[in-house]
Design a protein around this ligand. Structure first.
Ligand code: SAH
Ligand code: SF4
Ligand code: F3S
Length: 475
């Protein structure tokens, strides 16, 4: 998702602005005769899907490359969540089209949510696109590619009620070898009135628990230290074992993954305030390796607006969930998604959003101004009547309050010692490592002999900036 304020750490499920469009590459020389180049946009789900696509293409004889100039196939995995997301994709398609004019032999494919939303219209609008493939149709890629090689344009945007790609082992192209995503469900049944996801990703379905555990085990064997379980609404995970008829819920799945290995950190995203149960909270509290961090999007601090958004909770319910989190997991960090300037939102209602940031003490938030999406309930029923400059002014006020609350939260960490998973060099200095604590805060510290990425280390925080903790090892 687009973080409109990249100064705030972008963690959890969300993929930060600097990674949007990142190219996948496994770092190894590919023996394949043909090569694909893939750029990914949007949320972690899309980045995770690109790894599934890479695996499917690998079977079809295509190897990955980060060099567009040698690619036989250029793919773009797209996002439709806000107008700006689609605008960015169109801009990239313009670049790819220029390349295709120079090298007419290459194929260009559009994958993901924008492919699903626009379907054949996309091919009419973008004449040089050869393939349009929706999120549930990636198994059909080799077939569509074969047709496209013969000059046929290929499209498959069928949504499925069953597809979870459970048996596909994702090709970890972009991986640091330490942290990985595991997709546990697909689609969304919630129908929030502003949101395009139910239309682009279809009905909610949960993946076989055993295949999730097998993927986690395989990652541990390969030396990975952290997994993030992904779904649009993880709390409604529900898988029925077809043989025993036993049902696995999200709390049970979390426990099963936590038991895979005590050194494997477990994160998850996204939780829906209406569905997160005390059972989930007690499970987090029970296992040291389940991280004390919950992404709990509030969207608005006002009950009337929440009702218009069809979020199905009111702000009292939300506050009760926040209280329960802090009661059951006292050192838990909470983050949120927030939308400003939704249809008919008043200044007083906007003030309620500023208040809920203070109340919930989010360590960070992803903040957006409302962007009407064609076909959604809000687009059909409500007028998009808040002027852009008002939406933007409210957004900057939300960002300001959140920055203050983030800074206060960071200040409280000075003097505390955290167990940090080392992820690699800090961006700014090779003499420093970067890692995260359980609460998903980034901590930068000077390197220590004998420690390498993938190790856990105790770090005492002695300074903070607005977005980062700085510390030293306690060894
Ligand atoms: N499934 C997750 C989030 C999915 S989309 C959840 O329910 O929380 C990620 C975020 O994008 C949403 O939480 C919302 O804050 C934002 N978003 C979605 N549609 C939007 C729109 N039309 N305009 C602005 N922001 C939007
Ligand atoms: Fe969209 Fe709501 Fe589903 Fe999240 S829960 S993906 S915001 S419809
Ligand atoms: Fe994700 Fe964007 Fe689709 S946020 S689900 S890639 S619309």
């Amino acid at each position: 998702m687009y973080n409109d304020n990249p100064t705030i750490p972008t963690l959890g499920k969300e993929i930060d602005e600097s990674k949007q469009g990142q190219v996948f590459f496994d770092g190894q020389k590919s023996e394949a005769k043909k090569h694909f180049y893939i750029e990914s946009y949007g949320c972690s789900m899309n980045f995770s899907d690109s790894e599934i696509v890479a695996s499917i293409l690998g079977e079809a004889g295509y190897g990955p490359t980060r060099d567009m100039d040698i690619a036989d196939l250029i793919l773009i995995n797209t996002c439709s969540i806000r107008e700006k997301a689609e605008y960015n994709v169109r801009r990239r398609l313009g670049v790819f089209n220029r390349i295709k004019r120079e090298r007419p032999g290459i194929m260009i494919g559009v994958l993901g949510c924008m492919a699903e939303r626009l379907k054949s219209k996309l091919m009419e609008e973008e004449k040089l696109v050869d393939l349009v493939v929706g999120p549930d149709a990636y198994r059909d890629l080799p077939n569509l590619l074969a047709g496209a090689e013969d000059g046929d344009k290929g499209i498959n945007v069928l949504l499925s009620r069953e597809e979870t790609y459970a048996d596909i082992s994702p090709m970890r192209l972009q991986s640091n070898g330490i942290t990985a995503f595991i997709s546990i469900m697909r689609g969304c049944d919630n129908m929030c009135s502003f949101c395009v996801v139910p239309f682009t990703r279809g009905r909610e379905r949960s993946r076989n628990s055993f295949s999730i555990l097998a993927e986690a085990n395989e990652l541990v064997e390969r030396g990975f230290k952290e997994v993030t379980l992904l779904g649009q609404n993880v709390d409604s995970y529900k898988w029925e074992n077809p043989e025993t008829k036993e049902v696995v819920n999200f709390a049970q799945l979390l426990e099963m993954v936590a038991l895979v290995h005590p050194d494997l950190r477990v994160r998850f995203s996204t939780s829906h305030p209406k569905d997160i149960t005390d059972e989930v909270l007690y499970t987090i509290a029970k296992y040291e390796n389940i991280c004390n961090y919950i992404h709990l999007p509030v969207q608005s601090g006002n009950s009337r607006v929440l009702k218009l958004m069809n979020r199905t909770y009111d702000i009292e319910w939300y506050k009760e969930r926040v209280d329960s989190i802090y009661r059951i997991i006292p050192d838990c960090a909470i983050s949120a998604d927030i939308i400003t300037g939704f249809c008919s939102e008043t200044e007083e209602e906007h003030q309620d959003t500023l208040d809920i940031i203070e109340y919930s003490k989010y360590t960070m938030s992803y903040m957006f101004f409302y962007s009407e999406r064609p076909g959604t309930m809000a687009a059909r029923k409500y007028e998009d009547d808040i002027p852009l400059e008002v939406k933007k002014r409210r957004l900057s006020e939300v960002i300001e309050v959140q920055s203050k609350i983030s800074a206060e939260s960071n200040a409280l960490d000075v003097g505390k010692t955290f167990k940090v998973l080392i992820e690699g060099n800090s961006k700014k200095s090779d003499l420093h490592f970067k890692g995260r604590n359980s609460q998903n805060k980034v901590i930068i510290f000077p390197k220590v002999d004998g420690y390498k990425p993938g190790d856990y280390i105790q770090i005492k925080v002695d300074k903070v900036t607005s977005a980062t903790l700085l510390g030293n090892a306690v060894v």
